[in-house]
Design a protein around this ligand. Structure first.
Ligand SMILES: C[S@@+](CC[C@H](N)C(=O)[O-])C[C@H]1O[C@@H](n2cnc3c(N)ncnc32)[C@H](O)[C@@H]1O
Length: 162
């Protein structure tokens, strides 16, 4: 498992990396954006350099990204300069504000040292949210995640295995 200093070091290169599978990324974004209302507050956990937050920004009232890497957050803030409703803080899964309508975590769960703890933290926010979108993979075991009740009712494909 890498700690925040690893992500700090690779943040500049990471921000320049092209999306590995642009078609899949666009498909996922389409579904994700369709789940968001213009009045929603959106949280993206493990937001990296803020690409997803910026994509979701035109569709939400406010978007907040959290990442434990200070360098990732600094780059994300630079990319969102001038967008007052897009904010970022340095933080971990342990200190997340729970008052969000939509919660997302892309490419995060395969990185955490304890999947159960990470899922519990995400679930604690998702249960209050209307919808959660988690896209990741796990080498240790298949992901068994359930989304918030309201999201399940909408039958939206909220969890992807990538
Ligand atoms: C593979 S990148 C994905 C970034 C972004 N979600 C994306 O899809 O481009 C993983 C990100 O998660 C962050 N991260 C890893 N473990 C974390 C944790 N426990 N709490 C907060 N951020 C974490 C890293 O700093 C990194 O920016």
């Amino acid at each position: 498992m890498h700690d925040a200093s690893f992500w700090d070091q690779i943040a500049p290169a990471y921000s320049q990396q092209p999306v590995a599978d642009p078609a899949a990324w666009q498909r996922k974004l389409r579904v994700h954006k369709a789940l968001i209302k213009p009045t929603d507050a959106v949280l993206d956990v493990g937001c990296g350099t803020g690409s997803l937050c910026l994509e979701l920004a035109p569709h939400a009232k406010r978007v907040h990204g959290v990442d434990f890497s200070a360098e990732m957050v600094a780059i994300a803030r630079g990319k969102a300069a001038g967008l007052d409703h897009v904010t970022f803080t340095q933080g971990t899964l342990d200190d997340l504000d729970r008052a969000y309508d939509v919660v997302s975590a892309y490419s995060l769960l395969h990185l955490v040292p304890d999947l159960d703890v990470a899922l519990a933290a995400l679930y604690a926010i998702a249960i209050r949210a209307r919808c959660s979108v988690v896209s990741s993979f796990s080498n240790s075991r298949p992901l068994a995640v359930s989304s918030s009740r309201r999201c399940r009712r909408s039958r939206a494909p909220c969890f992807w295995r990538t």
